[in-house]
Design a protein around this ligand. Structure first.
Ligand code: FNR
Length: 180
């Protein structure tokens, strides 16, 4: 059964992007499984630390990423780019202790939500560039760029806005097809 590793760019409990990620996972086609990665305990990347052996949280995340057939991101934009914590996780994942690259040749779907008007266009553009370098097959447009996101979810995290729901559904169908 295909398995997706889902990564959220925000750690906060009330994260709009975590709601978006959960909503996306719920819309994946039947037969596709997903788990949300936890990168909270990753240390800041340091080559000296890596030389001592992969820290346990990195090794665990790497094993999840290697086992996944595809990836789903939902991220906020911080200062017109990728949140540092998420970029740190990708930087750790890009290291190849055994010569393997977790993203190489695998489908990747990108989404993002922001309360403002920008829709995370800059963050997703930067993320696409990084993942391209790492061999990820980032799905083509139309993507999911949720602006004014504060008003598009209910308290339970469900998407209340039909165009947003439809955009997520379309992307999840494409991701499901790509990993099938
Ligand atoms: C932001 N935010 C933000 N929003 C945006 O649209 N473009 C941006 O460049 C930034 N920059 C930025 C920097 C930093 C350090 C923070 C903390 C926030 C606002 C951001 O979109 C908002 O806080 C989201 O709600 C964060 O996503 P989650 O936590 O709701 O998923």
């Amino acid at each position: 059964m295909p398995r997706i590793l889902a990564l959220c760019g925000s750690l906060r409990a009330a994260s709009l992007n975590r709601r978006l990620l959960r909503a996306g996972i719920a819309m994946l086609p039947a037969g596709v499984e997903a788990e949300i990665a936890d990168w909270r305990d990753l240390p800041v990347y340091d080559e000296d630390l890596e030389a001592q052996g992969m820290p346990a949280p990195v090794a665990a995340l790497r094993a999840q990423a290697m086992a996944a057939q595809g990836f789903l991101f939902a991220t906020p934009e911080y200062n017109w780019s990728i949140p540092g914590g998420l970029k740190n996780a990708i930087d750790w994942l890009s290291r190849k202790p055994d010569g393997t690259q977790p993203f190489a040749g695998k489908p990747v779907a990108l989404m993002g939500a922001t309360p403002g008007p920008g829709g995370t266009v800059n963050a997703q553009s930067h993320l696409r560039q990084v993942l391209y370098l790492l061999g990820g097959q980032v799905l083509p447009p139309p993507g999911v760029f949720v602006q004014g996101a504060g008003g598009r979810f209910d308290d339970a995290g469900a998407i209340t806005d039909e165009p947003t729901r439809k955009a997520v559904e379309t992307l999840m169908a494409a991701l499901g097809k790509a990993v099938a």
